[in-house]
Write a protein of this length. Structure first.
Length: 259
């Protein structure tokens, strides 16, 4: 199908569905003007990435990767920064000297989808702090904390030390938050650690690990929780750390799309 034919079909279908909703819900001119102003406000506030990642990305991820081999992925979200440093052992994410939050160590293996270990796979890890804030996005945090990249060893093993993040709300003071409140929805995301696992010849895996004790696992505003992604940090005898394990299996790179 040509690009024009696909645009005609897809955009035409989206518009038809909007027209059907207007008829079904008997939309008034007042509501139309409110929606128009809200769309303008989202653009002016720079919240299109936020809005799309909260309400749309999960459906795209499920559609694109629904039949992928290997580990489950989920949404990327808007808070990834690509230039985090590769960390030296002992692979501790940078943090403030007085960083709040329970210490945690997680470890596991990166393999291909046949269980063969992948040496030199990269785990790009980032997460919110114990107040639910992300460095690089909330100016009260030092830049670069709670972000870093870790490489696997010859057996495909990795180990990361950090603190447990807290659940957080999506920003509530802008138009996306206004929409959530107008509809009476919860603005919360459960506590999670983001990871992108990548290795040559394999599909990058964009995923999140959800802390089993977190609130909102069954009411995530971004609809991104999957049961396979829930992890179980537990106290480790003889240390003040919680620990959990998680193995990642990467699918082989898809053949280049044929036109
Ligand atoms: C996140 O996981 O960081 C996220 C995802 C969607 C919207 C906002 C944040
Ligand atoms: Fe997040």
């Amino acid at each position: 199908m040509t690009d024009t034919a696909r645009a005609d079909r897809v955009i035409g279908d989206i518009l038809s569905r909007i027209h059907a909703a207007i008829r079904e819900h008997d939309i008034t001119y007042e509501e139309y003007q409110t929606a128009k102003q809200w769309l303008i406000d989202v653009g002016e506030a720079g919240e299109w990435p936020l809005f799309l990642d909260v309400f749309v990305e999960h459906a795209v991820e499920a559609q694109v990767f629904g039949d992928r081999k290997g580990s489950q992925g989920t949404i990327l979200g808007p808070y990834h920064l690509p230039d985090a440093p590769v960390l030296d052992p002992p692979h501790e994410l940078p943090r403030r000297p007085d960083e709040e939050g329970d210490r945690v160590m997680f470890s596991g293996r990166v393999t291909d989808d046949q269980g063969r270990p992948i040496q030199g796979a990269e785990l790009d890890v980032w997460h919110a702090d114990a107040k639910g804030l992300y460095s690089g996005f909330d100016p009260s945090l030092p830049p670069g904390i709670l972000r870093g990249k870790v490489l696997t060893d010859a057996e495909g093993r990795y180990e990361v030390r950090t603190i447990l993040p807290a659940p957080y709300t999506i920003p509530e003071d802008g138009p996306t938050g206004a929409l959530v409140h107008a509809a009476g929805w919860s603005p919360w995301r459960p506590a999670h650690i983001h990871v992108i696992v990548s290795a040559e010849g394999h599909e990058p895996l964009v995923t999140q690990l959800y802390i089993d004790s977190s609130d909102y696992l069954d009411n995530d505003v971004a609809n991104a929780v999957k049961p396979e992604l829930i992890v179980h940090p537990r106290p480790q005898e003889g240390t003040d750390e919680l620990t959990f394990t998680y193995d990642f299996a990467l699918a082989r790179e898809r053949a280049a799309a044929t036109v």
